[in-house]
Ligand binder design. Structure first.
Ligand code: PLP
Length: 396
């Protein structure tokens, strides 16, 4: 028989599969173009042309033994150097390749960070609403996820609530900005207050408490909103990055982990994290895309399409009377449900609108609408949202 842990996960997975199958069922009944699937965070814009150009050039002009061979678990030094240099130019940091580990996307990066620091029973704080996989990642290492709500007014970090949740077992807090699912970007003030709370708690308990900053949406920012670089505010920080969203490469599984030299026991931590990459079975991140990413490290993310979707959806829904958070980043709209959440999600489905319930992010009373879809999907969906709004007596 399979493990008890995996039995539980296999059971939970059916909810996600049910949503996927529901999309297919509705598409078969009404036609794909008449089903408004806002459930998945899969970028709908293709990777920029520089990605394929780099891949072809690397395949044609790199020694195949080098390109396809085993390497250091941390990844190719030249890829790590290109990333460190780019971060230093953009954020005024002073990283070298010795601070970067190439990983299998942000998911790989988060798991490496957590494996490196967690002892069984250690607590890891997540800020609700949060990306649902955090619970699974922390459980991978027999850690305990502790959920603290964001400030319900603006979904920024609530420093007092975090201070109250910290114990002598707290090992880390995972933050995610720009945020999935709210689209909120944590302000410099939020990060500074968080750093102050953690510094005080480290002193009080005599422990290390890490910030794990999950940043797959760092480049998906609108209106030039600044996204503070956490290592500049707090020494015990890890940064988990990925090109899944910024270069539309989720299937390639490529990202990195930053471990700044200021982290406690830096040398040991960096070595341990490199080994974590290996012993979890990743060994190293995919070789071709390490080199592709290194070449594309300064290719800008074109957010104009997502921005147009953001405005269209936000304006359309607020005009209908829905209460939404105006997203500053990422490609999700976070909307209050006018009635009971499960009933609202079911009612939305009557109009072929597929939305993710807030309870999937540990924050009931909301839905997440992923607008990484074709603009026409939003245009066609708005009349369906209008019918839904009318059912709830909104906009009168
Ligand atoms: N973290 C957040 C907040 C995400 O939304 C996602 C993917 O949607 C991930 C991590 C995982 O990203 P990756 O595909 O790079 O593993």
């Amino acid at each position: 028989m399979i493990s008890e842990k995996m039995k539980k996960l296999a059971g939970n997975n059916s909810a996600i599969r049910a949503m996927f199958e529901e999309g297919n069922r509705l598409a078969a009944l009404y036609g794909r173009e008449n089903v408004y699937d806002f459930s998945l965070g899969n970028p709908n814009f293709p990777a920029p042309k520089e990605v394929n150009e780099a891949a072809i050039d690397i395949l044609q002009n790199t020694d195949p033994v080098y390109l396809h061979g085993y390497m250091s678990n941390a990844g190719y030094p030249e890829a790590r150097k290109a990333i460190a240099d780019s971060l230093n130019r953009r954020f005024g940091t002073s990283f070298t390749e010795g601070n970067i580990i190439m990983t299998v996307g942000a998911a790989g990066s988060l798991n490496v960070a957590l494996k490196t620091i967690i002892n069984p029973g250690d607590e890891v704080i997540a800020i609700a609403p949060y990306f649902v996989e955090y619970g699974n990642y922390v459980a991978n290492f027999d850690g305990v996820l502790k959920v603290v709500n964001a400030n319900p007014e603006d979904f920024q970090i609530d420093p007092e609530a975090i201070a109250a949740a910290i114990t002598d077992k707290t090992k880390a807090i995972i933050i995610n900005s720009p945020n999935n699912p709210t689209g909120v970007i944590y302000s410099e003030e939020s990060i500074m207050k968080l750093a102050a709370v953690l510094d005080a708690a480290q002193k009080k308990f005599g422990t290390d408490i890490y910030i794990i900053s999950d940043e797959p949406y760092r480049e998906l920012v609108y209106d030039d909103t600044p996204v503070p670089y956490v290592t500049k505010y707090y020494a015990n920080s890890f940064v988990c990055y990925s090109w899944s969203k910024s270069l539309s490469l989720p299937g390639e599984r490529i990202g990195y982990l930053v471990i700044p030299s200021e982290v406690s026991d830096f040398e040991l931590t960096f070595t341990a994290a490199s080994i974590a990459n290996r012993v979890m079975g990743c060994v190293n991140a995919p070789s071709l895309f390490q080199l592709v990413a290194a070449r594309c490290v300064d290719v800008p993310t074109d957010v104009s399409g997502y921005d147009a979707n953001r405005r269209l959806l936000y304006d359309g829904l607020t005009k209908l009377g829905f209460d939404c958070v105006f997203p500053a980043g990422a490609f999700y709209l976070w909307m209050k449900t006018p009635g009971e959440e499960a009933e609202f999600v079911a009612n939305a489905k009557k109009y072929n609108l597929l939305l993710v319930p807030g309870k999937s992010f540990a924050c009931p009373g909301y839905v997440r609408i992923a607008y990484c879809v074709a603009k026409e999907t939003i245009e066609r969906a708005l009349p369906a949202f209008a019918k839904l709004a009318a059912e709830y007596g909104l906009g009168k």
